[in-house]
Design a protein around this ligand. Structure first.
Ligand code: ADP
Ligand code: MG
Length: 616
């Protein structure tokens, strides 16, 4: 039999290799920016169209390439950065694999214009799907420009796999920030669809951080500095009181390369111990410099993971450096080493008012009346239609009536209401409720008793209300006497811009949306002024973490997030009227048995179950 193994043609091999290097437009951005930095550029422009799907262009003023190198750079394993295997252990450049350009050229239309300072003319070259289609000398400025158009044009499956423009742009901005934070001595600009998103002049690190993450960041930052034999640590950490809900402002760099390390992150969290609210994430921008031979950056194809020779020592040094800064800048309350830290008040209790024990007496409680009702219900037949008590709705959710009237909708749950609650032909139907342990609402029903989880039930009510507001009809707003300004990073701002129409439907009124802040002059009636920042911060945190695939799932996540922020919590005391409203509103919901997060909202215990318990 003839042999069957063949060598793959180069362009096929390149396409396969490209899958490793180029996952999405953001990967191209990263490779091109890093090449520009390696070329010694001091001014780098990034231009994208349609989140990089149509165009990604990087223009630099670096050292450029001569005509031979301009052609060679697209060959696989063509690199000017290492010559022998040992060089891998002494890297001073971002790139070293010589794979990026070959991979990109295999799956896109690439145009290269490049000129070295000493040359009269530069080279203009076009390569599409690994095939050179034109090459000519050209009058060009010093430096290099790569344009990458129609990414994945020849791999439709990969192209279809790309997410929405918002999501892809967010990935690009993430990569951009990781690069620009490591090189504050370079001027970077970024444009998307014709508008300038970032303009970051050469500056020191502190100014660079502030330029990226809004003017308000400056007051949050505390410097960190530590010199030891094995590592030098520089950079900034955020004061604990500014800690955020998300990890959007956590950056580690090792020898100016962005890396991810759960282990080193843990060292920082350990330094902040006792200073953060539950689940809060401190900001940090930390730069570790280590001798290149003590790390191995080769273990991950996209190079964000790294192996250190002595991770344990790094952990200890990092933790103590961060702790030291927190203490030195009077951020941490504890400077007195004699004191026993176990006697400190935990963070969450620090500013709490003392709760005096109170006894609540329900003066309307009459055990005989209750008994009478139950007895009646056992013998009566036929269900009642609960009277819609709109006045009592208003007391818990002021203004809700305008936007969310259950009587306008046809819910299957009406059937449930009919049969669930105790019948009474003699008296005006009234839901009797008790709150227990500031957590559950208990109510007698025809078949036994109903126990409602107050937090989950309210989440369900708010969730359906927000969904209706966003998709069916707008909610009313309450005007603020004094508009409030909230600050966000560029990335967060692009998400808020995207969500703006939906937010306005729920009742938010934005006076101005700037580069790094929003001015709010009106709020949904269910949101108090002090809750506005919590709701928006939580929203940004939630939607950044789980990237929505479609606009519906985005609206859904948004309604979930707002319901989570605003729902009454376990521990809140509810008045009788509020309890009753909650019960009525819950059973007016389309899906009343589970919270938006699929947890049961109520359980029922039948009289038989109770009888069984007593029969022992
Ligand atoms: P690597 O960066 O790993 O060497 P690349 O495929 O990214 O591999 O680039 C191949 C080579 O092309 C580089 O080693 C460099 O010599 C050259 N090159 C790429 N981009 C530029 C640029 N912007 N300016 C000058 N030379 C460049
Ligand atoms: Mg490279």
């Amino acid at each position: 039999m003839s042999s069957i193994i063949q060598l793959l043609p180069d362009h096929v091999a390149n396409q396969i290799a490209a899958g490793e290097v180029v996952q999405r437009p953001a990967s191209v951005v990263k490779e091109l920016l890093e090449n520009a930095i390696d070329a010694g550029a001091t001014d780098i422009k990034l231009i994208c169209k349609d989140a990089g799907k149509t165009l990604i262009q990087v223009i630099d003023n670096g050292k450029g390439m001569n005509v031979t190198d301009a052609r060679l750079c697209f060959e696989r394993h063509a690199t000017s950065k290492i010559r022998k295997a040992e060089d891998l252990f002494d890297l001073h450049t971002k790139g070293f694999r010589g794979e990026a350009l070959a991979s990109i050229a295999a799956i896109a239309h690439v145009e290269l214009k490049t000129k070295q300072d000493q040359d009269e003319l530069g080279t203009h070259l076009v390569i599409e799907g690994s095939k050179f289609t034109s090459q000519e000398p050209s009058v060009l400025p010093k430096g290099t420009s790569f344009s990458v158009k129609n990414l994945f044009f020849n791999i439709p499956a990969r192209r279809n796999f790309l997410k929405s423009d918002v999501v892809e742009l967010r990935h690009i901005i993430d990569e951009f920030q990781r690069v620009v934070l490591a090189h504050s001595n370079i001027h970077f600009t970024m444009y998307h669809n014709g508008s300038e998103l970032f303009n970051l002049p050469q500056s020191n690190l502190r100014q660079r951080i502030v330029n990226i993450f809004s003017g308000k960041t400056n007051e949050k930052l505390v410097p960190v500095q530590e010199n030891t034999e094995i590592v030098t640590i520089d950079g900034f950490i955020g004061k604990p009181e500014f800690a955020k809900k998300n990890k959007g402002e956590q950056f580690f760099f090792v020898n100016d390369r962005f890396i991810k390390s759960g282990y080193l992150h843990h060292a920082i969290m350990a330094a902040y111990e006792g200073l953060l609210r539950d689940g809060a994430q401190p900001s940090y921008f930390l730069y570790l410099s280590v001798p290149p031979h003590t790390i191995d950056i080769n273990i991950h194809p996209t190079k964000t993971e790294i192996k250190f020779d002595d991770e344990h020592a790094l952990y200890a040094i990092l933790r103590s450096a961060v702790k030291h800064s927190l203490g030195q800048f009077n951020v941490a309350p504890v400077l007195d080493f004699e004191r026993d830290a176990t006697l400190d008040t935990p963070y969450s209790f620090q500013n709490k008012e003392v709760d005096f024990p109170t006894i609540q007496v329900d003066s309307t409680f009459n055990p005989f009346e209750q008994e009478k009702k139950t007895t009646t219900s056992n013998f009566s037949s036929g269900g009642y239609k609960p009277k819609k008590e709109t006045q009592s709705w208003e007391s818990l959710y002021v203004g809700l009536k305008d936007t969310f009237e259950p009587q306008e909708m046809h819910f299957e749950s009406e059937v449930t209401i009919n049969s669930l609650f105790a019948d009474s032909e003699v008296e005006k139907p009234k839901t009797v409720t008790y709150q227990i342990h500031k957590k559950y609402i208990v109510s007698p029903i025809k078949s036994g008793m109903l126990i409602i989880d107050q937090q989950r039930a309210h989440q369900r009510v708010l969730y359906e209300q927000f969904l209706t507001n966003i998709t069916v009809h707008h909610a009313n707003s309450q005007q603020l006497l004094f508009p409030i300004t909230l600050y966000f990073s560029g990335n967060e701002m692009s998400l808020i811009n995207e969500l703006r129409p939906s937010l306005e439907n729920t009742g938010f009124i934005f006076d101005a949306i700037g580069q790094d802040s929003v001015v709010i002059s009106g709020l949904p009636v269910t949101v108090s002024e002090s809750e506005a920042s919590i709701v928006l911060e939580q929203l940004v945190a939630d939607l950044q973490d789980e990237i929505p695939e479609s606009s519906f799932s985005q609206i859904d996540s948004m309604a979930k997030s707002m319901a989570k922020s605003l729902a009454v919590k376990t521990g809140a005391i509810l008045t009788e009227a509020a309890q009753e409203n909650l019960v009525n509103n819950l059973f007016a919901c389309k899906e009343n048995s589970v919270s938006p997060f699929n947890k049961p909202t109520f359980i029922t215990i039948s009289v038989e179950d109770l009888d069984k318990k007593f029969s022992v």
